[in-house]
Design a protein around this ligand. Sequence first.
Ligand code: DSN
Length: 442
Amino acid sequence: MKQLLTTDPEVYDLVKQEEKRQRDVLEMIPSENYTSGAVLETLGTVLNNKYSEGYPKKRYYQGNEVADAVETLAQERTKKLFGVPYVNVQPLSGSVMNLAVYFALLEPLKDKIMGLSLAFGGHLTHGQPQSATGKFFPSVLYTLGKDERIDFAALEELAMKEKPKIIVCGFTAYPRIIDFKRFAKIADKVGAYLMADISHIAGLVAGGVHPSPVDYAHIVTTTTHKTLRGPRGALIMVTQKGLNKNPDLGKLIDTAIIPGLQGGPHDNQTAAIAVALKEASTAKFKKYAQQIVLNAKKLAEELHKYDFKLISGGTDNHLLLVDLSNKQVNGAVAALALEAAGIVLNKNGVPFDKKPPFYPSGIRFGTPAITTRGLKERDMVKIARWMNAAIEEVKGFDFLTDDKAERKAMFDDYKKKIARNKQLKEIAKEVRDFCRKFPIPV
Ligand code: DSN
């Protein structure tokens, strides 16, 4: 980054600070990962300079021969990796990706989306009222059963009553295998489209450690930067089942992206997606996907020993959701304490949470990024020990009041105590020394 250093030392310094942060901590936010150096290099190429509104061979501007080749390559690699007949590789992010599907298939203010409630592990863009998806389209949100898993009987009853035009499965905080076949049965029964948003598990699907939705869903959406380990970006795939239901599906989606929601695609991002897809089709990536799950399961097993309450009792995928109520600490305080100890994750609501979203009962974390660094099961033993030690330092740091101002004052006080805590600093040092053995790709 010599040129950046000369032109803008301030930004150079910020990038270096972030590089150091990513190197020195255990990055355990389950939707984050470290892309390869090849992917990062591709993002910084001259492909960034081009405008390519349209699709290959149907562009509005001249000079798109290379852009056409890049986009076609990304399309072909997606089709091969996931076994789908059609894909749009242009969505700039996950939110636009899902919105485009709804605009392609539903009539605004009329046709209903049915998705898992955010409070139970669904995503904002699955019809939450706060999101554009819930403002433009009526939505009905399903919840989980008492066992903290999908309750298919309740789901079917709700779908029969509400008659959604699209049912969304695929979640943001759900640690279990998704039974796409059962979702498809319900969607078919009510005549709805089934959309599987596999953003979190795309790498696990590609690596063969989670079942694929491709035989069951009409549409499969995914971001490209989570377990798939690519650049930020997204894909909308149409399955054969989707084309059988509606042969125009691909065209409708393309039109919803441009001119519907976006202008020019980001060709550097598309090229980097192509690189990531190549990487994801290797035997090495399969091993990586397997190790993600092995690590998550081992971490769950170790955390049980410290009496952590795992939602649904454990995990089948890359992600763990823990209810900290028995530790007398809320997720917001716990996430701060863990960060002070060098373990980066996020506070999260848990199913049937009684606490407010800003100070929820739980934390969410996962193994994709630490597995990229090369951590194995034995390392999970250490991580569980560090996590427990950090939480012990803040045991009892919870709120006994519903008064917002009092709560904020207590939180600020806990923050100060966490910042001063010597034990947390000690763990952070141990974590930093440990992390040095596992370089990150830059
Ligand atoms: N922020 C992503 C996640 O963490 O699941 C989804 O948008």
